[in-house]
Design a protein around this ligand. Structure first.
Ligand SMILES: NC(=O)c1ccc[n+]([C@@H]2O[C@H](COP(=O)([O-])OP(=O)(O)OC[C@H]3O[C@@H](n4cnc5c(N)ncnc54)[C@H](O)[C@@H]3O)[C@@H](O)[C@H]2O)c1
Length: 465
């Protein structure tokens, strides 16, 4: 018979063994595993700094120009076109730009002869085509913000002129330059998951971001900018195409503007939040709460001060003070796209009404799967019966916005220009054209009520890998 003492000793030993093996299993789960690394080229110090002029010294213009401040031996900003005087002034001051190379609008920058290597186009979406065509005609290379242009015909014009004049164009698909998405692409292309069968990708925009940018802000109206699939989700369509590594063959889309419409407004809600709105104190989208009390999302404010009086004045005269149900917005707050990439299928959802942001992706392959949330990749191998965790934060080298993608892009773009080697850049114009074509075609499908539409990437010439 087992004594009480023996029983306790055996149970404790068994418990200790169970705990030890549980801990070992957990430790192995998180162990670095030979997932390999994304291929990389050898960085070389440029022979001389690449010189560039910025068209549009707003949020994005300052991000890319910020790279020049940090790495002046790689990039120098030598000209600026910007109509808002204090933005023009502030970029000129930060980069020592002479009076003769400061202009109020982009057109003026192309009056004279070519004066630098490249043009950085960070004007609003409706002002990409004009400066891109003018710059290419003068023989400049480009860093071009997405969307490339507002229509597919304009995108094709830009591609044709870039090819004709032998110019290098980097499109700002910054996600391609983040350690996280590079690793996802590497894993998907390495065969570790086997053949990719399907992908689910979610872009949760976050409800305040939705109201700020796509109801009140610069991207609220598709005629003034572009539809949501181009203005926001062109990054996601681009990532899907890039990670799956095959041309998209068919698309179908559904979606609508459901919430931010006049008929959804609370009774008696006035045109502006500050005009005595009866539900202002409880409305999740109150402009007074978001901009004045919390002082958030003020990046697009076009006056230098952040004091209450200047914010009130700004809310009184701009779209940012408008009731979200009484704006002149037309872009969707929910949209799904079904995509066929040859034998692989994918589904994409853009959701404006979420409490969280951060893209979520699930890739299903014949020998494993991957789950990612922009912070971590969780990869399971069916054959090894093992899970491998990869954490983006451990791999961030160039600290900048979009998970390191902003500076990663400029770094590769500078290298590509200095070495006249477009292959150093992953988001070439050709590659980005393909995902723009997916976006334009999917939007047509949505407007037609969800027609399945074929995509012919050979229309672009040589599809990118
Ligand atoms: N790659 C990304 O992740 C990403 C993120 C946000 C925005 N964007 C894109 O970048 C572009 C700029 O966006 P932003 O957020 O910097 O907007 P922004 O409004 O902050 O900046 C645009 C600037 O262009 C200026 N401008 C207007 N008309 C001009 C003209 N005629 N000539 C010269 N400048 C002019 C504006 O005054 C403004 O300062 C947009 O196309 C947008 O879609 C890309």
């Amino acid at each position: 018979m087992t004594t009480r003492r023996e029983f306790i000793r055996k149970a404790t030993a068994a418990g200790a063994t169970a705990i030890a093996s549980y801990r070992l299993a957990r430790a192995q789960e998180g162990q670095p595993h030979p997932l390999g690394r994304p291929a990389s080229y050898e960085w070389k110090k440029p022979k001389r700094p690449v010189t560039a002029a910025v068209m549009g010294a707003g949020a994005r213009g300052n991000v890319y120009a910020g790279y020049a401040r940090k790495f002046p031996e790689e990039l120098q900003i030598v000209g600026v076109a910007e109509p808002i005087p204090y933005r023009n002034e502030s970029m000129a001051k930060a980069h020592g730009i002479p009076e003769s190379r400061r202009w109020p609008t982009w057109e003026r920058a192309f009056d004279g002869p070519k004066f630098c290597d490249a043009i950085i186009i960070t004007t609003p979406d409706r002002l990409h085509y004009g400066p891109a065509m003018a710059a290419l005609a003068k023989g400049y290379d480009l860093l071009l913000e997405k969307a490339i242009a507002q229509t597919w015909a304009e995108c094709k014009d830009i591609l044709a002129l870039a090819r004709k004049n032998g110019r290098l164009v980097g499109v700002c698909h910054v996600l391609r330059y983040t350690p996280y998405f590079r690793m996802m692409k590497h894993v998907a292309g390495s065969g570790r998951l086997g053949e990719i069968i399907s992908v689910q990708h979610l872009e949760p925009v976050e409800h305040i971001h939705m109201s700020h940018s796509f109801v009140r802000g610069n991207w609220r109206n598709s005629k003034e900018s572009t539809p949501m699939l181009l203005s926001k989700s062109c990054h996601d369509l681009d990532i899907l195409r890039w990670v799956i590594g095959r041309p998209c063959t068919k698309v179908q889309s559904f979606g609508s503007l459901r919430l931010f419409r006049p008929e959804m407004a609370p009774p008696a809600a006035p045109a502006r939040c500050a005009d005595g709105c009866p539900v202002e104190s409880t409305c999740p989208f109150s402009a007074l709460e978001i901009y004045l009390r919390r002082k958030t999302w003020l990046g697009h404010k076009d006056t230098p001060g952040d004091d209450d009086a200047s914010i009130r004045e700004w809310l009184g005269r701009t779209n940012y003070g408008r009731c979200v149900y009484h704006s002149d917005n037309d872009v969707v707050d929910n949209q799904i796209v079904n995509l066929e990439f040859g034998p692989a299928s994918a589904s994409f959802a853009m959701e404006g009404l979420t409490s969280y942001a951060g893209r979520r992706t699930r890739i299903m392959g014949t020998r494993g799967d991957l789950v990612g949330d922009e912070a971590e990749l969780d990869i399971y191998d069916f054959h090894e019966r093992k899970r491998h965790l990869w954490t983006a934060r451990d791999h961030a080298k160039l600290d900048s916005g979009h998970g390191g993608g902003d500076y990663g892009l400029v770094r590769d773009w500078v290298q590509a220009i200095d070495r006249r080697d477009e292959s150093l850049l992953t988001s070439t114009l050709e590659a980005s054209m393909e995902s723009h074509l997916i976006g334009f075609t999917a939007e047509e499908s949505r407007l037609e009520g969800g027609t399945v539409k074929r995509i012919d990437p050979t229309a672009l010439g040589s599809p990118a890998s």
